[in-house]
Design a protein around this ligand. Structure first.
Ligand SMILES: NC(=O)c1ccc[n+]([C@@H]2O[C@H](COP(=O)([O-])OP(=O)(O)OC[C@H]3O[C@@H](n4cnc5c(N)ncnc54)[C@H](OP(=O)(O)O)[C@@H]3O)[C@@H](O)[C@H]2O)c1
Length: 286
């Protein structure tokens, strides 16, 4: 049995689908299981990883645990101690490539994400561990630009030339499944990127080509971009940490392509163009 925390979210759901498609037995954890829509055959249980007492019984019969960094609050060590007590043997931590950066350059910490703690708890757990140090997700671009592109032809955003090698979430889920099912990736901190480094402006050009209409990138100052994010409901410290992260890496390269996905999966990583082609509705008007 494989236990998945964060199972109803963007990444957890893909990991569940990947495992279930291969016939692996999956126990999906949700705080609100009545709302969870997951593949047939997946066992859905109520639990909150931030309250390990709600989780203990769920580890019975579990071999591998997917530890999602948004779910456990300050309880990662206790949670994995319970997994060990109940007989688990493997843990795969969802983490991030930026975890060694100062915390004020990690916007996700302001959302409660504990990517560093996820990896550290996995390593210290005594379980056979793998850490998935993911680069920025391709889906972030839909959140950042989707509304503007649905509404018009101009993308106003910061740093046209900021480059990164965004990761297709489906590749991350496939690597996670490999790590949960086999011992091939035990003891590794996997730096997972997409196959190409693209600037913000180049990514917008990829979207334009897929939509078949011109899009223009118009550079905003970091101050204006941060204010725009705050006006749209994002926490101020999160917006400032994002701008600080951009300022730290602009002119260089945030996370150069590692090629790790290709090596692990034995096929080329999905490109950003692949991701856009499969998520066109995020950018298409009507
Ligand atoms: N975006 C990026 O570029 C990037 C890059 C690298 C790493 N990451 C990391 O990836 C993670 C985000 O993954 P995701 O997109 O799958 O997240 P998500 O869609 O928000 O899913 C998280 C799931 O966890 C459960 N959950 C339990 N406690 C929660 C809490 N206190 N707050 C929010 N959700 C909680 C929720 O399920 P229930 O409500 O059903 O319990 C939710 O469906 C973060 O840790 C982030 O730091 C992101």
């Amino acid at each position: 049995m494989i236990l998945i925390t964060g199972a109803t979210g963007g990444i957890g759901r893909l990991v569940v689908e990947q495992l279930a498609a291969g016939g692996a037995p999956v126990r999906a954890v949700s705080r609100s299981p009545e709302k969870a829509v997951l593949p047939d055959g997946v066992e859905i249980v109520q639990g909150d990883p931030a309250r390990p007492d709600t989780m203990a019984a769920h580890f019975d019969g579990v071999e591998s645990v997917f530890l999602h960094a948004r779910t456990f609050g300050d309880s990662a060590d206790r949670l994995l101690a319970l997994a060990v007590e109940r007989g688990a043997s493997r843990v795969v931590a969802l983490s991030a490539m930026n975890i060694d950066d100062p915390f004020d350059l990690q916007p996700s910490r302001w959302r409660g994400d504990r990517n560093k703690e996820a990896e550290e708890a996995a390593v210290a757990s005594g379980l056979a561990w793998t850490s998935l140090r993911a680069a920025s997700f391709a889906g972030n671009t839909a959140q950042a630009w989707g509304a503007q592109i649905r509404a018009g032809d101009v993308v106003r955003y910061v740093h046209a030339r900021f480059r990164e090698s965004v990761l297709d979430e489906r590749d991350l889920a496939e690597v996670a499944a490999r790590a949960l099912l086999t011992d091939e990736l035990v003891g590794r901190r996997l730096e997972l990127t997409g196959p190409q480094s693209l600037s913000h402006e180049e990514m917008v050009a990829v979207i334009a080509a897929a939509l078949g209409r011109p899009l223009r990138f118009e550079e905003r100052t970091p101050e204006a971009a941060a204010q725009h994010l705050v006006d749209n409901g994002l926490p101020e410290p999160w917006a400032h940490a994002l701008m600080a992260r951009y300022a730290r890496y602009v002119g260089g390269e945030q996370h150069p392509v590692t090629g790790e996905v290709d090596k692990i999966l034995g096929r080329p990583a999905r490109t950003y163009a692949d991701w856009v082609a499969d998520h066109l509705a995020a950018f298409r008007n009507g």
